[in-house]
Design a protein around this ligand. Structure first.
Ligand SMILES: Cc1ncc(COP(=O)(O)O)c(C=O)c1O
Length: 462
């Protein structure tokens, strides 16, 4: 397909019969006259040279990733309902084998819980599959309304608002909230997730980044900001290092300096607190946080994200957030599944207890084997490698030789020099599986001569 060069304006051509279909070929009955500009372009060879090689830009971008050893390959994995964390791995050669997944964010295996699967299939049979449009067009589907009530109750807030993912809830939530507050300054933790960073960026507001979990630095920035409105955006569990923020102390600072608080509990909802309300519930400070954001995709095993807060705040976000207004709502079957999961985990603590127990046992076993486990107070077990290529080699070796799937975590998810395997034990990773994992990691570390416990992993300069 030949294209006109951008320098030739369509208005330079004499239209045969009006503007309709101009430049699109089909439907034009009379051809436009060739102008002198086009004739000159043909003569100089700037037209008719064929299509620009657009693909080369994509190849260059991929080549860059390959040369930096950052090109990602996704394993082809099919989960097996009822047998979590066992899955089928479809190998590159076409064969299939059974593997154990050790890096799922379906932290409690709720994606396969009979209550959750049952709610989803029953609702799909009753209501069909899709949502039928944005909520502006299709209206609310009833399970979504119930889900928002359930989530507001989970976090002790007046209202909840559901988005299509946790990512969108942060991106659209933070940007809309901050935009609606005149002269708002956002104070953002340096380790905040990309979805929060994008929310801050999209708000167009001024921002200050405080050093990760450094409350002294946060206080300095709050003091320097003076009387203007301020929004502190932070997480409870930071998913790569598995460390936790001091939510109560951040709320103290917010009170002292007149700031609002926005807390991402994505890696904590369902998992912490007597009813699964997250670290803020566990620490007894949930009521002090203005906005609590979460996901339905991890601890609750489904998909979707949400914010909870005051009724007026949620209504304002509902009425202004592009990421809420202009996209199709979560389908009723997903909402029903999420309700079942949230309700179940409000009642049952067995999963949370088993989760913490098996995570602690995994850490103990790996540390005893001399593996470089990053100390965490949470369910996340990072085993450090410190090199992108070796990290990928370790993951490949574990999958091919031991039937263990752990996705390597490389830059930009973590800083260069701190590449790691991020292990997430669930209640279903029993002691026998932990023993097998320990032996497999030990063999892999020996075979690839990887760094042992005691090694200092330093972030490489950018
Ligand atoms: C801290 C944090 N917030 C938000 C998200 C996005 O959540 P979701 O996967 O539901 O889009 C993630 C994703 O991993 C995350 O780690």
């Amino acid at each position: 397909m030949n294209r006109m060069p951008a320098t030739i304006k369509i208005s330079d051509t004499k239209q045969g019969a009006g503007q309709q279909g101009a430049g699109q070929g089909a439907g034009c009955e009379s051809k436009p006259a060739i102008t002198s500009a086009i004739k000159a372009a043909i003569k100089t060879g700037s037209i008719g040279q064929g299509r620009i090689d657009y693909e080369s830009h994509f190849r260059t971008a991929l080549d860059r990733l390959h040369s930096e050893r950052r090109y990602r390959v996704f394993a082809d994995i099919e989960r097996i309902a009822g047998r979590f964390p066992t899955a089928h791995w479809r190998k590159p050669d076409g064969g299939t084998s059974e593997i154990t997944v050790w890096c799922s964010n379906d932290y409690l295996g709720m994606g396969q819980h009979p209550d959750v699967v049952g709610a989803m299939t029953r609702t799909a049979a009753r209501c069909g599959v899709g949502a039928g449009g944005t909520r502006n067009i299709a209206g609310n589907n009833s399970p979504l309304v119930d889900l928002e009530r359930e989530l507001a109750d989970l976090h002790g807030k007046e209202a909840g608002l559901v988005f299509t993912s946790g990512y969108v809830s942060n991106q659209s939530g933070i940007s809309t909230i901050a935009k609606l507050i005149p002269n708002c300054l956002i104070l953002s933790d340096a380790f905040n997730h990309n979805s929060m960073i994008e929310g801050v960026r999209h708000s167009g507001c001024e921002k200050r980044v405080f050093r990760h979990n450094d409350l002294k630095h946060l206080e300095e920035l709050l003091i320097a900001a003076g009387d203007r409105p301020k929004l502190i955006a932070f997480e409870s569990v930071y998913s790569m290092d598995g460390d936790v923020s001091d939510i109560g102390a951040i709320c103290d600072l917010a009170d002292r300096y007149g700031a609002m608080t926005y807390l991402d509990e994505v890696h904590a909802v369902g998992l912490y607190g007597p009813r699964g309300g997250g670290i803020s519930e566990r620490d007894g400070v949930m009521h002090r946080v203005d906005v609590i954001e979460g996901t339905l995709a991890k601890g609750f095993g489904c998909v979707g994200g949400y914010i909870t807060g005051s009724a007026v705040l949620c209504d304002a976000v509902r009425s202004h957030a592009p990421g809420f207004i202009f996209t199709t709502a979560l389908p009723p079957a997903i909402a029903a599944a999420a309700i079942a999961s949230v309700r179940y985990l409000k009642r049952s603590t067995v999963e949370r207890e088993a989760h913490q127990r098996q995570a602690a046992r995994t850490k103990t076993a790996l540390e005893a084997a001399g593996l470089p486990v990053l100390h965490t107070d949470t369910h996340i077990v990072p085993v450090m490698v410190g090199d992108a290529e070796l990290c990928k080699a370790a993951a490949d070796h574990l999958l091919e030789h031991h039937g263990i799937y752990i996705q390597p975590i490389n830059y930009p998810t973590v800083p260069r020099g701190t590449e790691r395997l991020r292990i997430t034990p669930s209640p279903f990773h029993d002691d026998a599986r932990i023993a097998k994992l320990t032996a497999a990691l030990t063999e892999t570390w020996d075979t690839l001569d990887l760094p042992r416990a005691g090694t200092v992993f330093v972030e490489a300069a950018e």
